[in-house]
Ligand binder design. Sequence first.
Ligand code: NAP
Length: 458
Amino acid sequence: MPIATTSPVTGDVLKTFDALTEEQIDGAIGRSVTGFRELRGTTFAQRAAWMRAAADLLDAERDDVGALMTREMGKTLTAAKAEAAKCARACRFYADNAERFLADEPVEASDVDASAAYGRYQPLGPVLAVMPWNFPLWQAMRFAAPALMAGNTGLLKHASNVPQTALYLGDLFRRAGFPAGAFQTLLVGSDAVERILSDPRVRAATLTGSEAAGRSIAAIAGRELKKTVLELGGSDPYIVMPSADIERAAEVATTARCQNNGQSCIAAKRFIVHADVYDAFVEAFVARMAALTVGDPMDDATDVGPLATEQGRDDVAGQVDDAAAKGATIRCGGEAPKQAGWWYPPTVVTGITPAMRMYAEEVFGPVAGVYRVGSVDEAIDLANATTFGLGANAWTADPGERQRFVTELEAGAVFVDGMVTSYPQLPFGGVKDSGYGRELSAAGIREFCNLKTVWIGD
Ligand code: NAP
């Protein structure tokens, strides 16, 4: 993929960039090592001051960086500004809590024949971060804020269609006061990832992206014996049981499916509805999906903008066409408008069978598949009948059903009577083909640390 900003609204290429040369990559890794030596010698208080300065910059520049993201990948400006604000909150969260999360963990010394014994968290060194375009600021920040607070340095290989947001991030931490080399953006294509990850100076990698990219990075890291965290795709279930507030469930379902123009790993994608409330839910859901305003993402009145790339739009259209050709019913939407840019309307599909691509594949656009089930057992079986395991939503007022969903859904997160989202305070990650490892919370900052055992005799 060329490294370029291309407008999803018009399809016009707005700005192109050259990939870094081998010499430039080598220099950046060298600076990452030097930056690490400097950063690991600083105090939590010093790093926290720089991190809070980064948060202040994000707040002050929210409108500009928001507009930049909207131009590069088509999310609504409202959502883009909210994303920048969320990044500032994550910076402050780790500034406030990193020292506590990484405090020594003492054990009873006499139990281990020592005068003192404890676990100590220490940073690993330069970490490669391969990031996607869908939340171009937030995905990178989820890595950067804890990594820098721990004393690691970051090398960001961002998605090739958001180069200007990537450059903004590289600049942000330097302007906030972090040492040169603490966090750098490498404008490179995915073909450079193997060379960077194989470099002995790079100690670990994190990827947020597709399953295919995850398998490739895990294979390279396995060969090189390097730690990885993988945040991959999802096909989150959204279960609606008879005791749910159906109007509220339909309202939140619309947001859960169409947030970020339908391009979120934790978007609800498969709507699994009990037969007793199926007709009422589908009617309310379709009415809301059809009423969404599709249009210019810069416009405050817009709910859904274009998809980020031509390939992404074609993939979604292909999945819906495949379902329709095999007998599914399109309740609303279902056809890309014939106009410039990569538009696809909010769409609801019912009557999906295992023969259809939508049944098993992740649908990365504003397209909901709705399924009818007859019992809580059937709902759980269908929800788990996927290779993915990122998030799961369940709507029920029944305490027994709630406990069953919490216990039996195979996912990294279960949200009851609400939609799956991320908070700095809560761990985030998946199971099965959605990846491994956790971001955010105390778990996220510890992923790229050496938990060193310290034992002192006298
Ligand atoms: P993608 O193609 O995997 O791209 C993500 C990043 O990986 C980009 O920087 C890309 O670089 C790079 N990349 C692609 N193929 C690679 C390879 N073989 N080796 C190394 N790097 C490679 O993902 P996408 O389709 O743009 O993004 C959407 C996917 O990300 C969806 O599956 C979504 O669910 C997932 N996602 C997951 C989470 C989560 O937290 N679990 C969050 C957001 C998105 P180029 O741009 O240069 O190709």
